[in-house]
Design a protein around this ligand. Structure first.
Ligand code: ZN
Ligand code: ZN
Length: 435
């Protein structure tokens, strides 16, 4: 629908990738519709959205988000001007990027920032509640930063577990953040009227950061060499195009027509039959160089494309860990099956679900031989499938999984129902959103 799947994406019809910012989205967040209907919303730090001008409500963007990509901003209707002033008086959030804090100042500083951040967020939410909005929506980003960076201070079975650092951070720093977050949530819920509808979403799990995404470029290159070798003239031509594009960008920068953001544009190998695309590590992503879709496509639409997808799936499923003999890939997912929306062509063609139970070092298969490479990501924890949602006074069944993208509809329907004074339901449920 919105075409966004990663922090860096392919620019359609090119062999270039660029940062994908919230300002590139053209989908409308759910609170804009509510605002149009005269429902007063207060929105703080919902991630990956651009500022939305609201007539009745207040929208604060990237004040204390994980991976803030935009500068902090608050947009609000005139009736909320006092609330805006009170929020501004809180000052800046302790950090903008958790990765940068870890690299420059260490985990101890991050832990301190996260705890200060939770307290400051509670103050911000308290200010927003003073205004008695019809709908309040926020994200506690602190648990997300903690999941990415404190996993090795929590899981004693993880190879990266660091007892000394854990001691310096006061023990199980991840658990302590979750406990602090629980207290902050309890305080927040205590301030909300008992008759209010409430949804608490734990968007996904966390586990050790280990996957084969770092090895994917070499795997795909060897598979291409074996099954569809690239003629030398194609490689030379792709280099020429990439060099020309680089020169053009440098010239435009010198002439002042491009800004610093363009420094982040990268080439993919347009001579290859397929190539990896950036994705958020957990799943590898592959794009087929398809004729009619890419500038210099190599794979024909129809049965040729179908054969390539099957070939890549089979080859990836044959990969094993050298140290254990276990499968390195759990499944290979087709985008056409999962996301056949209007922006399908912006997306990769295949997603590689790695076997996250194993640490990744050396992989092998009959076709690619042995590929070695130890990934030492700065983030020691990463996402895991499935979350949980807790709901009060919302029509959610307690047992069946629900796709996470349906939850906003539920909130919007509830906001409309309450405005029209339909009697509330009495559902309290906990369930796993399917992702
Ligand atoms: Zn973070
Ligand atoms: Zn994350």
């Amino acid at each position: 629908m919105h075409g966004s799947y990663s922090w860096r994406q392919l620019l359609p019809n090119t062999y270039l990738t660029d940062m994908f910012l919230p300002t590139n989205f053209d989908a409308e967040p759910f609170w804009v519709e509510l605002d149009r209907a005269g429902i007063r919303t207060a929105v703080l730090d919902m991630p990956l959205v651009r500022p939305t001008p609201l007539q009745h409500g207040i929208h604060a963007v990237d004040w204390g988000s994980h991976d803030s990509q935009l500068s902090t901003s608050i947009t609000a209707g005139t009736s909320a001007s006092t609330t805006v002033e009170r929020l501004q008086a809180l000052g800046a959030y302790p950090q903008r990027q958790c990765d940068t804090v870890v690299i420059r100042h260490g985990h101890e500083t991050l832990v301190k920032n996260i705890h200060e951040g939770i307290d400051l967020r509670s103050k911000a939410l308290s200010i927003l509640l003073d205004d008695a909005p019809d709908v309040l929506a926020t994200v506690f980003a602190e648990t997300h930063c903690a999941g990415h960076h404190l996993y090795h201070l929590h899981d004693t079975a993880d190879g990266r577990y660091d007892a000394d650092l854990a001691a310096r951070c006061g023990g199980d720093a991840l658990l302590h953040v979750y406990e602090h977050m629980d207290r902050a949530l309890a305080e927040l819920l205590a301030r909300i009227p008992g008759a209010a509808s409430v949804m608490v979403l734990l968007s996904h799990g966390v586990g050790p950061h280990q996957d084969g995404s770092l090895l994917l470029p070499e795997i795909l290159r060897r598979l291409a060499d074996h099954h569809r070798p690239t003629p030398a003239w194609r490689t030379a031509r792709a280099r020429t195009y990439a060099r020309a594009a680089g020169v053009r960008r440098r010239m435009q920068r010198r002439l002042g027509r491009r800004n610093r953001v363009d420094l982040k544009i990268r080439n993919v190998d347009g001579s290859a039959p397929w190539y990896p695309l950036p994705n958020n590590d957990l799943y590898g992503a592959i794009r087929v160089n398809l004729q009619g879709r890419e500038q210099r496509g190599r794979v024909r639409r129809g049965s040729d494309y179908e054969q390539v997808l099957t070939l890549l799936s089979d080859e990836l499923l044959a990969l094993r860990h050298v140290h254990s003999g276990e499968a390195a890939v759990r499944s290979v997912l087709r985008t056409d099956d999962l996301y056949p929306g209007p922006k399908r062509d912006w997306l990769p063609d295949l997603f590689v679900e790695w076997n996250w139970d194993e640490s990744f070092a050396d992989l092998t298969s009959p076709t690619v031989g042995v590929i070695a490479g130890v990934d030492t990501p700065i983030r020691t924890g990463d996402h895991r499938l499935h979350g949980e949602v807790f709901a009060h006074h919302l029509p959610l069944a307690a047992t069946s999984p629900i796709p996470v993208q349906q939850l906003a509809h539920l909130l919007v329907d509830e906001a409309y129902r309450r405005r029209s004074d339909t009697p509330p339901g009495e559902t309290i449920s906990a369930m796993r959103p399917a992702q």
